[in-house]
Each structure stands twice: as C-alpha cells, then as structure tokens.
Design a protein around this ligand. Sequence first.
Ligand SMILES: NS(=O)(=O)c1ncc[nH]1
Ligand SMILES: [Zn+2]
Length: 259
Amino acid sequence: LQVKLLPFLLHPLWQSPLTIPGGTRQSPINIQWRDSVYDPFLKPLKISYDPTTCLHIWNNGYSFLVEFDDSADRSIIVGGPLENQYRLKQFHFHWGAINEWGSEHTVDSKFYPAELHLVHWNAVVYPTFEEAVMEGNGLAVIGVFLKLGAHHEGLQMLVDALPAIKHKDAVIEFDVFDPSCLIPSCPDYWTYAGSLTTPPLTESVTWIIKKQPIEVDENQLEAFRMLLFTSDGEEEKRMVDNFRPLQPLMNRTVRSSFQ
Ligand SMILES: NS(=O)(=O)c1ncc[nH]1
Ligand SMILES: [Zn+2]
C-alpha cells in the first residue's frame, strides 16, 4: 500500500507532510455510511447568504475561489452542529483529471468527480479569520459533492468566468452571486471534527458534508480542468487532481442528521 501512496506522499501540492505530526483530526476522510451515528440533537443548518457580499473570483494557484465581504454578519450559517453563527468567507472546489475521482471526502470509499467547500469562520468568538483558523471551533466548512448529470444553471455563471482567470493570481470582479444555489435542497448532512485540507492543515474545522450531491454536466467539469496551476508565461500545468489524500479517522465518530 505504501508504494501506492508514494505518488500522493510526494505530491507537489503539499510541501508539508501528508499529515501534520501529532495530527489527530485531519481531513479529508472516508465517510462509512453504516458507521455514522444518527444524532437526534443535531439541528437543521440555517443558511442566510446576501448575494451582494460577493467580491471577486480568482485563481490562487491551487483552486479557484469566490470571496465574500466578511466584515459584518451578512452571509452567515447557524444551527446544525454549530454553537455559534459563522460568517461566509469564500468558496472553492476540488476536482480530478477524470470523472472517476476528484472529491476530497469519499462516501463508502466512492469518489465524486468534484467537491465544493464553503468556508465560514466564527466571528462571534474570534476577531479575525486568521485567528479562527488556529482554533478548534474556528471554522465551519460545508462540503457539497458534485456528480455528473444535468446542466447546473447556477454553476454556469462561475464557469463563464473561468477563462478570465486561467492563470495563477488572475482575479476578476464578481459582484452578485448567491452560493445557496449550489447547495442541495435535501437538509441531510454528516458532520465531524476535522482540519483544513490545504496548508496550514490546522485542526479548526467543523465539517458539514451534505448527503445529496448536486448535478453538473461534462462541459462544466471540463471547464474546471482548463484552469492552470501556473502563472502566465510559465510552462502550462493544468489545474486537476487538487485534492488531498484521505486521512486516518483515528478516534472520531461521524454523526448524521438523518436516520
Ligand atoms: N480545502 S479547505 O476547505 O479545507 C480550505 N479552506 C481554506 C484552506 N483550505
Ligand atoms: Zn477545500
């Protein structure tokens, strides 16, 4: 198995070791449906996004991100497993070179072709995102699986912007977008205590993984794969397979909001 892991272990994307030394709650993980524990005390997740808080869309050399004005409580989530309300800061995706893989989390060891992460931070307790990143209850990330299927109208607005941010560090203004159009209507989710899946890999994330995927079509996935890891003028490297390998569950239980 170690030999199989070798390419991932050496993957250029993460200079830091695969798991940070002493890491006990790293992400992503495989969600074994039958091992998840229904928690009747989990509340429904309440999502209230203000589409005008959208700022810009950019290529950070690892994924493409849509960033939001998080200077006030205008786009927030509350409820679910969360003690406080959390402010939306950005969302981004992870995807594969082909449809057989691409998501970070897996369900019963099944990969989806892509995964959306909506990143929120606990502005009730912490003064800045940077400080929240370092705290166990600092962040809440909603994960949504993408599966190959029907055309997704809401996603198309993002897809249409991608050619303008093909290269690393390219950014364009993006004034109005409501990310709730990317979140499935089914309220069911799994939740567990984990980490960021990119450096600094800090163990500060309450993960909320939606059970129901959203459907996107082949052309929309292909548009993700035309982005580049590289800056303008550098030898082109297609932005694909920007997902972290699965991490050990260790002493954690995944809870479900549904039976
Ligand atoms: N992929 S992730 O959502 O864990 C993340 N967000 C910011 C940095 N890394
Ligand atoms: Zn992510």
